[in-house]
Design a protein around this ligand. Structure first.
Ligand SMILES: *Cc1c(COP(=O)(O)O)cnc(C)c1O
Length: 363
């Protein structure tokens, strides 16, 4: 009986996404450094806008998101007609896969790439293709070598999660310009604001017919709980995605809070500056403790241990201290732990706990 009711091919190949842990048994308020959340929370103006939206819950929200798109366009210097908003950038990624790939098609992501690319590819019935990275850095030549006549989309995050590494804009341009016609490259800029070396590639998406960027309110803007993201790209692509998008995919509370958040540039600038300062300190302390740590352009660092067992032991020791970091075995990095940059006090507490563990012979 049950095997006559079957989902579309590919769906059962999806491994359920496991979010960053938020609980430790017996600990009241653990220090959560597992989901790259902004330790300072959202702009007070965003919280106020969210509260104010309670007064109009009986009204349908805007379906064209004109207010939010105009705000994003003004702040980032972009044409608002080329922006689409979604319930997190996850939704924009899903729409891209559904619109541009299906059974028989291939979607390229990289070795340690964000798991949502594979999930969304399978959800569209397409085949996800993983290409190698070079020492935790995306390799444009490997991507180009993996392209076949069936390739429809290439996903890469810049800065990447969970490695924190990044390609310069010239490399992204080389990728876009060498890809076969008909292959769309999606540059996931979830951490773009935190990067010192690239502007989030919006210039590329402005000038190339085959480049889309995605962005989110979940990280720097501190609104992960509210689910808002956006994409920017060629008008024709945005038009296609809008046809597929549910008309009321974002609530009034989401739209209003996001608009207030993007307009609060001082709050964003503070978050970027604190992150840059503490990210450098954290990486330096971890290296001083003998751990490998690439230079991160995001709001987390990836600590490398001798092997998977050493990483797991440190993870367990941190949990014992009420600190939750992210094991990244699902990303092919079982010997690493991803650690979100918290406040100065959070970072100090994390480093002290790692040092105590390693000093006790935990290396
Ligand atoms: C966190 C993250 C996102 C954001 O997803 P939302 O759905 O916008 O919360 C997108 N891409 C990457 C690589 C991320 O790490």
């Amino acid at each position: 009986m049950t095997d006559t009711i079957r989902p579309q091919p590919g769906i059962l190949d999806i491994a359920l996404y496991v979010a960053g842990d938020s609980k430790v048994a017996g600990v009241d308020r653990p220090l959560k450094l597992s989901s790259n959340e902004n330790p300072f929370g959202p702009s007070p103006a965003a919280i106020e806008a969210f509260r104010a939206a309670a007064g109009s819950l009986h009204r349908y929200p805007s379906s064209d998101h004109a207010g939010l798109r105009a705000a994003i366009g003004a702040v980032h210097g972009l044409d608002a007609d080329r922006i689409i908003c979604g319930a997190g950038s996850d939704e924009v990624i899903t729409l891209l896969c559904q619109a541009y790939a299906g059974p028989g098609d291939e979607i390229i992501h990289t070795e340690h790439g964000f798991l949502m690319y594979r999930i969304s590819a399978l959800g569209a019935g397409a085949r996800p293709v993983a290409v190698p990275e070079r020492e935790r850095v995306v390799d444009v030549d490997e991507i180009l070598a993996a392209v076949t006549p069936r390739t429809r989309l290439v996903f890469l995050a810049n800065p990447a999660n969970p490695t924190g590494t990044m390609l310069p804009e010239a490399e992204l341009a080389r990728l876009a310009d060498r890809l076969a016609p008909g292959v769309l490259v999606v540059l996931d800029g979830a951490y773009a604001e935190y990067a010192a070396i690239c502007d989030g590639a919006v210039a590329l998406a402005t000038t190339r017919p085959n480049v889309v960027v995605t962005r989110t309110f979940s990280k720097l803007h501190g609104l992960g709980g509210l689910r808002i993201g956006w994409g920017y790209g060629p008008r024709a692509v945005i038009d296609v995605l809008n046809r597929l998008r549910a008309p009321f995919n974002l609530s009034t509370a989401q739209l209003d809070a996001a608009e207030a958040a993007v307009r609060d540039r001082a709050h964003a600038a503070f978050g970027v500056a604190e992150n840059a300062r503490l990210r450098a300190w954290l990486a330096e302390r971890l290296r001083a403790l003998g751990l490998g740590c690439d230079t991160s352009q995001a709001n987390f660092v990836l600590a490398r241990f001798a092997d998977a067992a050493a990483a797991a032991a440190c993870d367990a020791a941190l949990r014992g201290q009420g600190i939750i970091v992210r094991g990244v075995a699902a990303y092919g990095l079982a010997h690493c732990l991803r650690i979100t940059v918290g406040t100065e006090a959070d970072c100090a507490r994390l480093v002290a706990a790692v040092a105590a563990h390693l000093g006790a012979g935990g290396a």
